[in-house]
Design a protein around this ligand. Structure first.
Ligand code: NAI
Length: 461
C-alpha cells in the first residue's frame, strides 16, 4: 500500500484528539485522526456522558419521589428506556463529531495504530501513515489493584458501555469521583451500595468542606462508606454472588454483593513502538514538557496518557488545543492554573483555583467568604439547599484565588468563575456584578460580601 503523508497525525479520538483535529483542520493543517472506536473517547462512550445521562433520569425520579414538591404518585425507573436514551445521546454526539471532522476535511481512520518508524505508524490493515507531526491522545484505562479475584469485578468502562439489570447489593472499591457518582446512581435505582475506600477520606482530590457535604449527602442516600479499609480478596459463591473480604480496624469482614465495581483510578495508555522507534520511555504515562512536547521532536502528547496529567476531559481538550495553536503559530491564551473540577452528586460539587489549604500552603494571606445555600431562595425552591458557596481571596491584593461550590448549579457556575480566577479578578471587580434573582448564583455575591467581613483567616475554623 502506498504510504499516506500528512502534516499532522493524531492518535486517539477522545476529547484531546478530536478537539485537536478540528482545531488543526480549522487552521488548514492537513490532518489525519485514528481511533479503534467511534469518536468521543472514554468521556463520550463510557464515561462522563453516559454517567450524567443515567444520573439525570434517576435524580429526576428521586426528586419527584422525595414528596417535597407536592407531586403525587411513585415514579419508577424503566432501565431499558433509560439505557436507550443514554445510547441515543452517545450516538448523536459521536456522529456529530464524525460529521464535523468530515466537514472540515480531517481524514478519519477506524483502526489500531503502532509506531513502525519515528514518524511512521502502521494500521491494522497494513496502511502506513507518515506525518511531520504526531499528537498522542491515547487516553487512560481503569487501574486494577492487585487483589485476588479482582477479575470478578467490573470497571466503570464495563458498566457504562453495556445495559444491566437492577442489583440489590453492590460494593464499590474506591470512593473517588467515579466510585461516588456510580454509587449515587445505583443507590437512586434502589440498590444497597457500600463504598470501600483505602484512605481515611472520600474524594481525596476535593477540599475538606466539600468532602464533608458530599459525605453527608451519601449518608442521607443510604450509601455506606467504609474508610481506611484494605480489600483482601473477592470470591464467587455458589449462588453467583460475590464475597468481598476486607479489613476494617484490624478485623476481617465480608460483604455479600451481586456486583463489585472497581474505581481505583485510571492508568495512562501507551502505544506499541513508542520506545523502540521514538525513544520515548513510557513511565506511568508519556512524559512531556509544559508545551506538550515529548523528548522526540515533532511528537506531542495531551490528555490522560500524559504522565501526571489532570485526568479531566476539558483539561485534555484545552491542552490539545494549546499544542495545535502553538504548532500553527497562533497565540496560546489558556490558563491552566484554574482548571475547574466537578463531581455530579446530589447536590453536585465543583472547585476551581486554589483551595483554602492550597492557598495557605503556597504562602498567601487569605480571606474567606462563605454563604450557606439554606438561605438562598432558588435553592429552597428546587429543594437543593444543602450546599454552600465559598470564595478565597488574597487579603493583600484582594485577588480571587479559588472557589468551592456545593450547589445544584455548581458545574454550570464554576466555568465562569474559573475565568475570573484566570483573569486575576479583584474583589472590587466582582462587586460590580449583579446577579439575577432568584438564582443560585446570588450565593456567589453573598459569599464575596461575606469575605469582606472576615478577618485574616485562621486555618480551618
Ligand atoms: P480517583 O483517583 O478519583 O479515586 C480513586 C479512589 O480509589 C481514591 O480515593 C483511592 O484512594 C481509592 N483506592 C485506590 N486503590 C484502592 C484500593 N485498593 N482499595 C480501596 N480504595 C482504593 O479515581 P477514579 O474515581 O477512578 O477516577 C479516575 C479519573 O477520572 C480521576 O482523575 C477523575 O477526576 C476522573 N473523572 C472525573 C469525573 C468528573 O469530572 N466528574 C468523572 C469521572 C472520572
Amino acid at each position: 500500500m502506498t504510504p499516506i503523508r500528512k502534516k499532522l497525525l493524531i492518535i486517539g479520538a477522545g476529547p484531546a484528539g478530536y478537539t485537536a483535529a478540528l482545531r488543526a483542520a480549522h487552521y488548514g493543517i492537513d490532518t489525519a485522526l485514528i481511533d479503534n472506536h467511534q469518536p468521543g473517547g472514554v468521556c463520550l462512550n463510557r464515561g462522563c456522558i453516559p454517567t450524567k445521562t443515567l444520573l439525570e433520569s434517576t435524580s429526576l425520579a428521586a426528586a419527584v419521589n422525595s414528596g417535597v414538591f407536592g407531586l403525587q404518585g411513585k415514579i419508577s425507573a424503566d432501565l431499558t428506556a433509560i439505557f436507550q436514551r443514554k445510547e441515543q445521546i452517545v450516538q448523536k454526539l459521536s456522529s456529530g463529531i464524525t460529521s464535523l471532522l468530515k466537514a472540515r476535511g480531517v481524514t478519519l481512520f477506524c483502526s489500531s495504530a503502532r509506531f513502525t518508524g519515528s514518524k511512521t505508524v502502521t494500521l491494522t490493515d497494513g496502511q502506513i501513515i507518515e506525518a511531520e507531526n504526531i499528537l498522542l491522545a491515547l487516553g487512560a484505562e481503569p487501574a486494577l489493584p492487585s487483589i485476588p479475584g479482582i477479575e470478578l469485578a467490573k470497571t466503570s468502562d464495563d458498566i457504562l458501555s453495556c445495559n444491566f439489570e437492577k442489583y440489590q447489593q453492590i460494593s464499590i472499591i474506591g470512593a473517588g469521583v467515579i466510585g461516588i457518582e456510580l454509587a449515587t446512581f445505583f443507590s437512586q435505582l434502589g440498590s444497597k451500595v457500600t463504598l470501600l475506600e483505602g484512605l481515611p477520606t472520600i474524594l481525596p482530590s476535593f477540599p475538606s468542606d466539600t468532602v464533608k457535604y458530599i459525605g453527608m449527602a451519601l449518608r442521607r442516600s443510604g450509601i455506606k462508606t467504609i474508610l481506611n479499609t484494605k480489600v483482601q480478596s473477592i470470591s464467587q459463591q455458589e449462588n453467583g454472588n460475590l464475597l468481598v473480604y476486607y479489613e476494617e480496624k484490624g478485623k476481617s469482614a465480608a460483604l455479600d454483593s451481586e456486583l463489585v465495581i472497581v474505581c481505583t483510578g485510571r492508568c495512562p495508555r501507551s502505544i506499541e513502538g513508542l520506545e523502540e522507534y521514538c525513544g520515548i520511555h513510557f513511565d506511568r504515562g508519556i512524559p512531556t514538557n509544559e508545551q506538550g512536547e515529548t523528548s522526540s521532536p515533532g511528537i506531542y502528547a495531551a490528555g490522560d496518557c500524559v504522565r501526571g496529567s489532570i485526568q479531566l476531559a476539558h483539561y485534555a481538550s484545552a491542552r490539545a488545543v494549546a499544542i495545535i495553536n502553538s504548532l500553527a503559530g497562533k497565540p496560546v491564551h489558556t490558563n491552566f492554573d484554574s482548571v475547574p473540577s466537578c463531581i455530579y452528586t446530589i447536590p453536585p460539587a465543583a472547585k476551581a483555583g486554589l483551595s483554602e489549604k492550597e492557598a495557605l500552603d503556597s504562602g498567601h494571606q487569605i480571606q474567606i467568604g462563605k454563604f450557606n445555600l439554606g438561605a438562598n431562595g432558588k435553592s429552597l425552591i428546587s429543594a437543593e439547599e444543602r450546599g454552600f458557596v465559598k470564595v478565597i481571596f488574597d487579603s493583600e491584593n484582594e485577588q480571587l484565588l479559588g472557589i468551592e461550590l456545593v450547589a445544584a448549579q455548581a458545574p454550570e457556575m464554576v466555568g465562569m468563575l474559573s475565568i475570573l480566577i484566570a483573569m486575576k479578578a479583584k474583589r472590587s471587580d466582582l462587586l460590580r456584578g449583579i446577579f439575577p434573582h432568584p438564582s443560585v448564583s446570588e450565593g456567589i455575591m453573598e459569599a464575596i460580601e461575606d469575605s469582606q467581613k472576615q478577618a485574616i483567616h485562621v486555618l480551618y475554623r
